[in-house]
Write a protein that binds this ligand. Structure first.
Ligand code: CA
Length: 230
């Protein structure tokens, strides 16, 4: 398998790299979160191992950003001992599992095999493809289609639409969407959600005379599973 290791402790990273290579795996190493994010875009990766405390971009942010970008490669987070909050946050950030430091190489290798065996986990739901009425979203490839028509969405737009579609006919508050799509560390204007809903409506609704994203005044937005014609 092809593994990306994002770990700033050189000795640990090099030891893991050597171990995995000896078993015949291909290994990419990154010593900080920014480099890790760049390398993680490689679609041939089977699994990513990511430390939490990293220079530039921390492990939680790496995880969130990848998921926001629609990259669903399985991620194993390395957490500190007694870090139950870290473990919870790792999973909330979109990681598929965690391993507490210090760990033995044998256990790490077993976790990686288990993750790589899994089908690629998808954005909302189990598969990377979500069908909602005539809308079809593929989070792996970043494609969106309305019927047979291709709709070009940015990764952020796709992530927002994914968040809405994952809870059809339910109201998603602006705050929730902000946390899910922009990350809890985002501290800009929450009207950004409105701006992006506007982009989405233009692209997935107005062009097709549909109305699938409703505004629920003072609360948030609702995705209607059967988009009625406007
Ligand atoms: Ca570290």
């Amino acid at each position: 398998m092809r593994v990306l290791l994002i770990e700033d402790e050189d000795r640990l990273r090099k030891a893991l790299e050597a171990g995995l290579r000896a078993e015949g795996h291909e290994v990419l190493g990154a010593a900080d979160g920014a480099e890790g994010l760049e390398l993680a875009a490689d679609p041939r990766l089977d699994v990513i191992v990511c430390d939490i405390l990293l220079p530039k971009v921390n492990g939680f942010q790496v995880c969130r950003r990848l998921r926001e970008q629609g990259i669903w490669t399985p991620i194993l987070m390395l957490t500190a001992k007694d870090g139950e909050w870290d473990e919870a946050e790792a999973l909330d950030a979109g990681a598929d599992g965690y391993l507490t430091k210090p760990f033995s190489y044998v256990v790490l290798a077993a976790h990686l095999r288990a993750l790589a065996r899994r089908a690629p986990s998808g954005a909302p739901g189990e598969s990377s493809v979500v069908q909602a009425g005539s809308l079809r979203l593929d989070f792996r490839s970043g494609r969106c289609q309305r019927g047979n028509d291709e709709v070009e969405l940015s990764r952020r737009e796709l992530a927002l639409l994914g968040a809405l579609v994952s809870r059809p006919d339910e109201v998603c508050s602006k705050k929730e969407l902000l946390a899910k799509v922009w990350g809890p560390e985002f501290d800009g204007d929450e009207n950004i959600v409105e701006v992006y809903v506007g982009y989405l409506r233009r692209k997935i609704d107005q062009r097709f005379s549909c109305r699938s994203i409703e505004t629920v005044r003072g609360v948030g937005y609702r995705f209607c599973s059967d988009a009625h014609r406007a």
